[in-house]
Design a protein around this ligand. Structure first.
Ligand code: BGC
Length: 960
C-alpha cells in the first residue's frame, strides 16, 4: 500500500525541545495524556494520573502503576485446546495506587471538575526527569490557591518515587487538609477483542494481607499477595509536612484503602508543602520478611535527601544519560521533541536488573499485558547497545536467566535445544494464538543477532563466553533439529511450518527472513564454539559438560548455514517472502477503505493469510539487518515489490522502511516514514496511545536517525557511516558508544563532523573510506558528492542515426543478432552522434569515468568500430543480468563495475524505459529526446550535440 506523503498533523502538545507539556486540561484526551506523561525508572512505572484522583466521565481514565516483571496469572480457557498451548497467561499487574493526595481548602475538596480552574499546566521535563503540574484554582467558597506539584520516579533508586505538593493561599488565611492514601483495590483494564490489548482480569489480583500506619514515622503501609503467583507486594509511603502549624489526622482503613493525613493552618501568601515518598518492594526480588525493612531504609534515605536532593540526583543521572544519548535535529522542532521524548521514555521503561526486560508498551499502559517480545532484541537493544551498553547487557542477561524455560519450551514442541517464547514476562510462553506467536521461532535468531551485535559493538567477550555462547548453542540446536536437508530442494536446508515477522502471513515454509537470520546465527554459533575451543578451553569444557555439546555439532550448524535454502523468484528477480507468498492473490487495496485498517480488526485471519499483504517489514527488515547479503539492485527491487504491499498496521514497520528508503537513495520517503514513527504517540497516529506507548517504534525512530540518515552499519565491529541530510533539516547530531569510546556525529548540509569525545582512538569508515579518529580532534568530511562517472546507453546516445545506419543499427543492437557482422563492418567513427567524442574527451580530462549500460550484446564490438572502445572502463553485460530496463540492474551493474556509488553517477538515455532504469538506480538522469517521452529526466536535451560536460556538472551541482 503506497504511503501517501505524510502530512504532519496539528500539534496535540506544543513543540518544545526538552519538554512535553499541555497548557489546559481536556477530559477527552485524558487517557492519552496519562500515557504520555508517564514516569518510570525501568522498574516502577506510573501513568500520568492526578493525585486527587479522577472525576471525569467513566472510561476516560486508566489509573496505572506498574512494576516491571510483577505479574499474576490466569488460566487460559480454550474452547478447543491443543497439546502444548500455554495453560496460563501472565499479566503485568496494575498495583496499589500510592500517589493519592486529597486536598481540602476550608472544607472544599480540590477537584478539576468543581470550583474554578483559572489555569492548569503540566509538563514533563526530560532534562530533570520531573513531572510538573501547576494549577490556580478557586474553591466554590472563593478561596484561591496555587498548587505546584512535582513528581518523580527515581532513576537512582529502583524502589522509590516521590511527590512534592506545594499549596499557596492566594487570597485567604485558613485551614488546609491533606489526606494521603494507599489504595490496593485496583483492577486491570477491561478485557477486549483487540489483540493488542489485554485479556483483562475478572477478579482483583492483589489480596490484602495487612496494612497499617506508623504515626511516629508518618508511614502508611500495605502488604498484599497476588492471587495465583503468590508474590508479596509491600507498598509504603512516608510523609513530611512543611507548615507553620499542623497536626496529624487519625488513620482510616476502608476495605483495601488506608489513609492518614494532616491539617495545616495557612496565612494569606503562605505556602504549605507535603512531600510524600513512596516505595514498592516485592517478594520477586527479596525474601518476604525483608520487604518491610528494606522499604523503611529507602524511605529514611529519601527523607534525608529531601525532594530537592533527590531531584538533584535525578538531574545528574539524566545529564549522564543525555551526554551519551542525545539526538539533535536542527530546523524541525516537532521531530526534535519527538526523538527526545522517545529516548527518554525508553530509559524510563527498560528493566536493568538482568531479570526484567522491556514490555511492548513499556511501563506506560496495559496494552500487550506487559509482555516482552522480539521487539527487545530487534528494536530496543540496538539503541542501548550503542548508547548505554551496560543496560544492553542486562537485557541480554534476562534471556540467559530464562534459558531453562526456553529449553523446556523446545521440549514441549518436540524439539532439541531451546526455543524462546514469543511473548513472556518470566520466560514462559504466553502466546495463546500460536500462528502469530509460538510459530515466530525467528525470535531465537533475533536474540542471537542481538548478542552478536552487542558483543561486536562493545567488545564484551566475557558476556559471550560466560552466557552468550550457551544461548547460541542451545538455540542453534533447535534450528538444526527443526530444519532438515530437503531432498526435494536438492538437499538444501529448509525450515518449515513457521511464521516470519509479518503477522499477516502465517505458518509457512522457508520464510526468507527467518532462513537468512538463522544462517547468520548458525555461522556465529559455529565461530563462537571455535573461539571457545581455541581461546577459552576451560569455558569450552564447562559448556560441553553442562549442555552435552558433542563433537561435530558446530560443524553441522555450519553445514546447515552453508546449504540454507533462501527462496528466490528468478522471474521477478526478488526474494520470495516464503515458499508460497508470491503465488497468492494480491490484496485489493483500492477496494479497502481507510476505516478498514488495521486489517486485523476487520478481517478474519484466514482472509488475510490468503493474500499478498504485509502487516510489517519482513524481507525489508532482513535487508536492513543483513545488508551485506544483498546487492543494492536486490534491495531496490525487493523494496519496490514489498513496500506497496505493506499496510504498516504494526507500529514496528515504518522505521524499517525509513532506513531502507534512505539506503536506496529515496530521502523523501525516508523522511516521511521517520516522521510517522518519531511522533507516533505524541501525535497519536495509531489512535491507541491511551493503551500505552509504542516502545519498539520509539527505538525504531532512533534507528531511523542513526542507521537511516546516519547510514550506520557495523561491519565486523567497525562502525561504517554513509550519512545524508534530509532537505527539511539544517543539521542533525547523534552519539554512539563503541568499545567504550564515545563518538559524536554531526551531519550538516556541507559536511559530516566526527568527534571522539571519550576514548583513545577509533577507526571508523565514512562512505567506505577508513578514518582514524583521535580524542577531541573533530574530523570534518565534505558531503557533497563529486561526479565520478557517466553511464551511457548506446542506442540514440552514442550512435544510431537516421538513414542507412538507422536500419543497420536496429539489427545490430538486437540481442538476437548473430549474422550482422557485415553491417557492423560498415560502421565507422563518423557514425558517432554529434558531440559525443568531445564529451568523452572532456570527461577523460576531468578524470570522470565512463560506463555503458546497453541491452545490446554487440555493444563492445560496436564501441570498437566507432573507435571509442577504450574510453569505457565498464560495460554491463546484458547476458549476465536478470532484468532489463526499466529495472535498475543494468545501470547499477555498470556503476558497481566502475566502483562508483550510484549517487556519484549520471545516466544518459534516449528511451523512457532507460530513464526509469536510471531513476530506479538512484542516479540523475539526462534524457536525449522529447519531453513527451522523457519527461521524467532531470535534464532534457533535444540532441547529443547539446551535451556538454559543463551541463552535466551543473546538473550534479544542483543535486548537491
Ligand atoms: C507486531 C509484532 C510485535 C508485537 C508487540 C505486533 O503488532 O506485529 O511484531 O512484536 O506487536 O509489539
Amino acid at each position: 500500500m503506497k504511503m501517501k506523503p505524510y502530512e504532519h498533523p496539528p500539534a496535540l502538545y506544543p513543540y518544545r525541545e526538552w519538554s512535553l507539556g499541555e497548557d489546559t486540561y481536556e477530559e477527552e484526551y485524558n487517557q492519552r495524556s496519562e500515557s504520555v506523561f508517564a514516569l518510570g525508572n525501568g522498574y516502577i512505572g506510573m501513568r500520568g494520573n492526578f493525585e486527587e484522583g479522577y472525576h471525569g466521565t467513566a472510561g476516560t481514565t486508566v489509573a496505572g502503576n506498574y512494576l516491571n516483571g510483577f505479574y499474576d496469572t490466569e488460566p487460559v480457557v480454550y474452547p478447543e485446546g491443543a497439546y502444548g498451548l500455554p495453560e496460563v497467561n501472565q499479566s503485568m499487574l496494575n498495583v496499589t495506587e500510592a500517589r493519592i493526595i486529597e486536598l481540602e481548602i476550608e472544607g472544599y475538596p480540590f477537584r478539576l471538575d468543581s470550583g474554578k480552574v483559572h489555569s492548569c499546566r503540566r509538563w514533563l521535563d526530560m532534562q530533570t526527569g520531573l513531572l510538573h503540574r501547576e494549577v490556580e484554582w478557586e474553591s466554590p467558597g472563593g478561596q484561591r490557591v496555587k498548587l505546584a506539584i512535582r513528581r518523580m520516579v527515581s532513576l537512582r533508586h529502583k524502589h522509590l518515587a516521590a511527590i512534592d505538593y506545594a499549596v499557596t493561599a492566594l487570597n485567604f488565611a485558613g485551614t488546609l487538609q491533606f489526606v494521603s492514601a494507599l489504595d490496593g483495590e485496583i483492577r486491570r483494564s477491561e478485557a477486549s477483542a483487540d489483540p493488542r490489548l489485554g485479556s483483562g482480569g475478572a477478579r482483583p489480583s492483589l489480596l490484602l494481607e495487612d496494612s497499617g500506619y506508623e504515626e511516629a514515622a508518618g508511614v502508611l503501609w500495605m502488604r498484599q499477595r497476588t492471587r495465583h503467583t503468590r508474590f508479596v507486594l509491600y507498598t509504603a509511603a512516608s510523609h513530611r509536612l512543611q507548615a507553620a502549624s499542623g497536626r496529624g489526622l487519625a488513620p482510616q482503613l476502608d476495605g483495601q484503602r488506608i489513609s492518614a493525613g494532616y491539617t495545616a493552618g495557612v496565612q494569606c501568601g503562605e505556602t504549605v508543602i507535603l512531600t510524600k515518598y513512596i516505595t514498592y518492594y516485592t517478594s520477586k526480588d527479596y525474601p518476604e520478611e525483608e520487604l518491610q525493612d528494606r522499604s523503611a531504609g529507602v524511605l529514611k534515605m529519601a527523607e534525608g535527601c529531601g525532594f530537592n536532593g533527590l531531584a538533584d540526583e535525578q538531574r545528574a543521572y539524566l545529564d549522564q544519560f543525555w551526554a551519551h544519548t542525545d539526538v539533535e535535529i536542527k530546523g524541525d522542532p516537532a521531530l526534535q521533541q519527538g526523538i527526545r521524548f522517545n529516548l527518554f521514555q525508553l530509559l524510563q521503561s527498560t528493566g536493568r536488573d538482568g531479570v526484567t526486560n522491556i514490555a511492548a508498551k513499556g511501563l506506560t499502559g496495559e496494552g500487550y499485558e506487559g509482555h516482552y517480545f522480539w521487539d527487545t532484541e530487534m528494536y530496543m537493544l540496538p539503541f542501548f547497545t550503542y548508547t548505554q551498553p551496560e543496560i544492553a547487557r542486562k537485557l541480554l542477561e534476562f534471556r540467559y536467566a530464562t534459558l531453562d524455560k526456553a529449553r523446556e519450551r523446545a521440549a514441549v514442541l518436540s524439539q532439541k535445544g531451546a526455543l524462546y517464547p514469543w511473548r513472556t514476562i518470566d520466560g514462559t510462553e504466553n502466546s495463546a494464538y500460536f500462528p502469530a506467536g509460538t510459530a515466530q521461532a525467528h525470535i531465537n535468531a533475533d536474540i542471537a543477532y542481538g548478542i552478536k551485535q552487542y558483543v561486536q559493538a562493545t567488545g564484551d567477550v566475557e558476556f559471550l563466553v560466560s552466557r552468550g555462547a550457551e544461548i547460541l548453542c542451545e538455540t542453534s540446536r533447535f534450528w538444526t533439529d527443526l530444519g532438515y536437508f530437503n531432498p526435494a530442494r536438492g538437499g538444501a536446508f529448509c525450515i518449515n511450518g513457521i511464521t516470519g515477522p509479518d503477522e499477516y502471513t502465517a505458518i509457512v515454509n522457508n520464510n526468507a527472513y527467518t532462513n537468512l537470520m538463522v544462517q547468520d546465527q548458525l555461522i556465529y554459533a559455529y565461530e563462537t564454539v571455535l573461539l571457545l575451543q581455541q581461546e577459552y578451553p576451560a569455558d569450552y569444557a564447562r559448556l560441553r559438560q553442562s549442555i552435552g555439546l558433542t563433537e561435530g555439532e558446530a560443524e553441522m550448524w555450519r553445514e546447515a548455514a552453508d546449504r540454507m535454502f533462501i527462496p528466490f523468484d528468478e522471474q521477478l528477480g526478488i526474494y520470495a517472502q516464503d515458499d508460497t507468498f508470491l503465488s497468492k492473490r494480491r490484496w485489493d487495496f483500492e477496494q479497502t477503505p481507510a476505516d478498514k485498517y488495521p486489517l486485523l480488526l476487520h478481517f478474519h485471519p484466514l482472509v488475510i493469510y490468503r493474500h499478498q499483504v504485509l502487516k510489517q517489514a519482513d524481507l525489508v527488515m532482513a535487508m536492513f539487518l543483513l545488508g551485506d547479503k544483498f546487492r543494492l539492485v536486490d534491495k531496490i527491487r525487493n523494496y519496490q515489490y514489498y513496500e506497496p504491499l505493506t499496510t504498516h498496521d504494526s507500529s514496528l514497520s515504518p522505521c524499517i522502511h525509513s532506513i531502507i528508503s534512505a539506503e536506496i537513495g529515496d530521502l523523501a520517503a525516508a523522511y516521511g516514514y521517520f516522521d510517522r514513527t518519531v511522533r507516533m504517540d505524541l501525535d497519536d497516529i495509531n489512535r491507541n496511545a491511551k493503551d500505552g506507548l509504542h516502545m519498539a517504534a520509539m527505538a525504531g525512530s532512533w534507528m531511523s536517525i542513526v542507521n537511516g540518515f546516519g547510514g550506520l552499519r557495523q561491519v565486523d565491529g567497525t562502525l561504517c557511516f554513509d550519512p545524508a541530510l534530509p532537505e527539511q533539516w539544517q543539521s542533525f547530531r547523534f552519539k554512539v558508544t563503541a568499545r567504550g569510546q564515545l563518538l559524536d556525529v554531526c551531519i550538516g548540509s556541507e559536511a559530516a563532523v566526527y568527534t571522539l569525545l571519550e576514548g583513545s582512538g577509533l577507526q571508523i569508515r565514512h562512505r567506505g573510506q577508513p578514518v582514524l579518529l583521535q580524542p577531541q580532534q573533530p574530523v570534518s568530511l565534505l558531503l557533497a558528492r563529486q561526479l565520478e562517472a557517466v553511464i551511457f546507453d548506446l542506442d540514440g546516445v552514442i550512435a544510431g542515426t537516421a538513414g542507412l545506419h538507422d536500419q543497420a543499427w536496429q539489427v545490430l543492437s538486437d540481442k538476437k543478432d548473430a549474422g550482422c557482422r557485415q553491417l557492423l563492418e560498415q560502421l565507422t567513427p563518423a557514425d558517432l552522434l554529434p558531440g559525443i567524442l568531445e564529451l568523452l574527451d572532456s570527461l577523460a580530462q576531468r578524470g570522470i569515468a565512463c560506463g555503458l549500460a546497453s541491452a545490446s550484446l554487440n555493444a563492445p564490438l560496436l564501441l570498437q568500430r566507432l573507435g571509442i572502445g577504450s574510453r569505457f572502463q565498464a560495460i554491463a553485460d546484458p547476458a549476465a543480468l536478470q532484468k532489463g530496463k526499466p529495472d535498475a540492474e543494468i545501470f547499477l551493474t555498470a556503476a558497481e563495475l566502475l566502483g562508483v556509488p550510484p549517487q556519484g553517477c549520471i545516466g544518459i538515455e534516449a528511451a523512457a524505459a532507460g530513464i526509469a532504469s536510471i531513476k530506479a538506480a538512484g542516479m540523475l538522469a539526462v534524457g536525449i529526446g522529447s519531453r513527451e517521452q522523457l519527461g521524467a529526466a532531470d535534464l532534457l536535451l533535444p540532441s547529443t550535440a547539446e551535451l556538454t560536460v559543463e551541463k552535466l556538472l551543473a546538473l550534479f551541482g544542483r543535486k548537491v
